[in-house]
Design a protein around this ligand. Structure first.
Ligand SMILES: *[C@@H]1O[C@H](CO)[C@@H](O)[C@H](O)[C@H]1NC(C)=O
Ligand SMILES: *[C@@H]1O[C@H](CO)[C@@H](O)[C@H](O)[C@H]1NC(C)=O
Ligand SMILES: *[C@@H]1O[C@H](CO)[C@@H](O)[C@H](O)[C@H]1NC(C)=O
Ligand SMILES: *[C@@H]1O[C@H](CO)[C@@H](O)[C@H](O)[C@H]1NC(C)=O
Ligand SMILES: *[C@@H]1O[C@H](CO)[C@@H](O)[C@H](O)[C@H]1NC(C)=O
Ligand SMILES: *[C@@H]1O[C@H](CO)[C@@H](O)[C@H](O)[C@H]1NC(C)=O
Ligand SMILES: *[C@@H]1O[C@H](CO)[C@@H](O)[C@H](O)[C@H]1NC(C)=O
Ligand SMILES: *[C@@H]1O[C@H](CO)[C@@H](O)[C@H](O)[C@H]1NC(C)=O
Ligand SMILES: *[C@@H]1O[C@H](CO)[C@@H](O)[C@H](O)[C@H]1NC(C)=O
Ligand SMILES: *[C@@H]1O[C@H](CO)[C@@H](O)[C@H](O)[C@H]1NC(C)=O
Ligand SMILES: [Cu+2]
Length: 639
């Protein structure tokens, strides 16, 4: 019987039931967790801040499964907010209902309500993560998902590590994150975090009133190999991670194995994960682990970002040791037997320049898929091609015309092909349910979906730097609009998307995340995409496969995926301010011709959006039954 050990203080209950009593190592299990969402006070930088967390922890609990296992996560919402949890990167095959996007795939879990997410984690190995998908609350509501090979860790396509450690990058905000979301939606770009964190700790670069913040410490034994499962859960920044005196061997990204890539810097954009091996092969001592945000250089508007650091600490040979890394840290343990003497000054790594964005470009460019027998091939035929320009614009607060270029009369928003996403107003049911039952939302009839255009409506020099700061080149391009942007795909269609980052009002990179599918990343480049030149550069042999694709600053990336998972899937930038400002679209994948290729009905105890559940529930069950019948007959079709 497996068991999960969790801090005694937390309300976590994690139990594993084997489906088969004669459990072979390969048997699949149902892994259960209880996530109690509540608010707690945490003190950093001499200030008490009320934060919303799972089971009192930041980061939240780690979910560990074996490939093929099922998960049941009971969410108990004791916070004052509507909550949903998204299982970032979990493909949710034929199970879009569990994807956790409020009012798209489900009604939110209201305060003092519960909901159980049930899903399988199949055909994926490595590191994923979970996070709230409501406003900016994911800044403190997140944790790791570790998926091990079904037949044991011996079957990793790399030497078995001595220990595996989640390294979660985050940012610390002294403000109420719900307010932060309101600010972003109101076009405010002035808020900034107060610190960066590694596994929830700010580190010794931060202090107040003489007190230095705790840092994350990884205790290592000489000669042993450690697997770092690096996750960027920050709202705000991409990070460069280095450990003085050590190299990383990257072995996976977004729960897909890559050809081993040895580097002294790991780059994680928000939403991405990177699995990297580190061998403790340096002279025993103390080495800083530094995470530095990458910044866009002027003339981009300056943003306030922070470097954070933790430490890798060697145990000396005479130390009896208790098995390696712990989450403990701080000066108190420094004198303990086996720790290096404290007069040995920790070694600091040399970091890239803060405006160096090419280190990220090269890091991403060096990843290729590991050859495995069951690895899917890149589809050669393309059925649909999209070119999506990512940028900024403004909409008027009132009426059709207004002063722009920084005026209070307009709101700054983020766009894809010149349209900025908004949730439909006042809908009675999530869009997925409305579509499934083919009934219209109330309040003003059907939800009007605006079709994401195939390409930008106007041609312009996407990467013209003169547009960054309200230049005259930018002014005519600035007006844009809000709509519920969606794009439908026939089941099984092969879709090629070229994402182009633009210099409209800023020149950020854009980590684009697609729910429900992984994509092949065929090529990236700087400047404007030019099919005549760039198609020849596509890697159709072993491109990396990811759920989050970093579109370089002032550059582009080309991806392909097969739209074979029916449902309504969010496709959005994982910079929280871009997401809140509307850099989102819905990818609607239609049912296939058979039951095996069609979305089943919602789970029986699915949440309704109405507080008074009783009546609705009856109707709801009725509809479920009806549709099951037609579903089995194969006549039901998504519009
Ligand atoms: C957080 O601290 C504030 C002020 O000290 C206090 O009023 C509040 O009750 C605390 N909340 C929780 C959940 O502990
Ligand atoms: C939610 O779950 C908790 C813990 O299991 C239970 O005590 C509570 O009664 C449940 N609340 C509702 C509204 O079902
Ligand atoms: C934290 O950041 C906010 C801006 O978001 C700022 O107003 C505040 O002064 C900062 N706090 C500290 C301790 O620097
Ligand atoms: C405290 O932080 C400031 C910068 O924020 C730094 O200059 C100073 O050296 C730090 N003090 C200590 C004791 O670490
Ligand atoms: C791989 O990284 C190296 C070193 O940063 C760089 O010179 C090279 O261009 C990168 N390769 C690709 C394909 O990006
Ligand atoms: C939104 O921004 C405008 C202009 O900056 C400001 O006047 C207004 O108070 C803001 N509204 C909210 C709700 O924050
Ligand atoms: C849904 O709305 C559309 C137009 O808004 C209308 O044509 C259609 O008949 C409606 N369907 C149902 C089932 O009410
Ligand atoms: C686009 O703008 C860039 C940078 O401002 C410039 O170098 C490039 O020549 C322009 N391209 C075209 C096609 O005008
Ligand atoms: C977006 O559309 C508006 C309205 O048609 C237009 O004025 C503006 O130039 C367009 N901007 C871009 C970047 O295409
Ligand atoms: C929470 O969700 C309910 C039901 O969908 C909705 O009526 C309510 O406005 C939401 N509350 C907030 C604060 O968003
Ligand atoms: Cu973005």
């Amino acid at each position: 019987m497996k068991s999960r050990s969790l801090p005694a203080a937390s309300a976590a209950v994690a139990v594993v039931f084997f489906l088969s009593a004669t459990a072979l190592p390969a048997a699949t299990a149902i892994v259960e967790h209880t996530f109690v969402v509540s608010q707690v006070n945490m003190t950093h930088l001499c200030k008490e801040t009320l934060v919303t967390v799972v089971n009192g922890q930041l980061p939240g609990p780690t979910i560990e499964v074996t490939e093929g296992d099922s998960l049941a996560v009971h969410v108990v919402n004791k916070s004052p907010y509507n909550i949903t949890i998204h299982w970032h990167g979990v493909r949710q095959r034929l199970n879009c209902w569990a994807d956790g996007v409020p009012m798209i795939t489900q009604c939110p879990i209201l305060p003092n309500h519960n909901f159980t997410y049930r899903f399988e984690v199949a055909g994926q190995e490595g590191t994923l993560w979970w996070h709230a998908h409501v406003s900016c609350l994911r800044g403190t509501l997140h944790g790791a998902i570790i998926i091990r090979p079904r037949h044991g860790a011996d079957l990793y396509p790399f030497p078995k590590p001595h220990r595996e450690i989640p390294i979660i990058m985050g940012d610390w905000w002294e403000m109420d994150l719900a307010q932060l979301d309101r600010d972003f939606m109101n076009g405010s770009v002035f808020d900034h975090p107060n610190a960066s964190t590694i596994n929830g700790k700010l580190g010794d670069l931060f202090n107040c009133s003489g007190a230095v913040e705790d840092g994350y410490v990884l205790d290592v034994e000489p000669g042993k190999t450690y697997l770092l499962r690096v996750i960027n859960a920050a709202l705000f920044s991409e990070y460069y991670l280095k450990i003085a005196g050590h190299k990383f061997t990257v072995v996976a990204a977004d729960a897909n194995y890559v050809n081993p890539y040895t580097t002294d810097v790991v780059v994680v954009a928000p939403g991405e994960t990177v699995d990297a091996l580190v061998v403790a092969d340096a002279p025993p001592g103390r080495y800083y682990m530094v995470a530095q945000p990458s910044e866009t250089p002027p003339p981009d508007p300056p943003i306030q970002v922070f470097v954070t650091r933790g430490m890798v600490r060697y145990k000396y040979a005479h130390d009896s040791g208790n098995g390696g890394a712990t989450l403990s840290s701080g000066r108190s343990e420094e004198e303990e037997e086996g720790a290096p003497p404290s007069d040995d000054v920790p070694v600091a790594p040399e970091m890239p320049d803060k405006y160096d964005t090419m280190t990220s470009f090269y890091f991403h460019g060096n990843l290729t898929s590991l050859h495995q027998p069951c690895r899917p091939l890149v589809p050669a035929q393309v059925d649909e091609r999209l070119f999506i320009a990512l940028g900024m614009g403004t909409v008027c607060r009132r009426g059709q015309s207004c002063k722009r270029s920084g005026s209070d009369e307009s709101i700054q928003v983020a766009t894809m092909n010149n349209v900025s996403f908004q949730l439909p107003a006042a809908v009675a049911a999530p869009l997925l349910e409305a579509q499934y039952y083919n009934h219209n939302n109330t309040a003003g009839g059907g939800v009007e979906l605006y079709t994401l255009p195939d390409r930008p409506p106007r041609a312009f020099n996407f990467t013209d730097r003169a547009m960054i700061n309200w230049g005259p080149e930018e002014a005519p391009l600035e007006p844009t609009k809000k709509a519920t942007v969606a794009r439908r795909f026939r089941h099984g269609a092969t879709v090629e998307v070229v994402f182009q980052s633009t210099s409209l009002l800023q020149s950020d990179s854009n980590p684009m995340h697609l729910h429900g599918h992984d994509v092949f990343v065929l090529a990236q480049g700087l400047g404007n995409y030019d099919a005549a030149r760039d198609v020849a550069r596509y890697n159709l042999v072993d491109p990396p496969v990811r759920n989050t694709v970093r579109v370089p600053r002032l550059g582009w990336v080309a991806v392909r995926f097969v739209a074979d998972n029916p449902g309504i899937w969010y496709m959005h930038c994982h910079y929280e301010f871009h997401l809140s400002m509307g850099m989102t679209a819905l990818f609607i994948v239609q049912d296939g011709p058979t039951v095996d290729t069609s979305l089943p009905p919602p789970p029986v105890n699915f949440l309704t959006c109405d507080h008074d559940n009783s009546l609705i529930q009856d109707e709801f069950y009725l509809q479920t039954k009806e549709s099951e019948v037609s579903h089995i007959n194969g006549v039901r079709k998504l519009r």
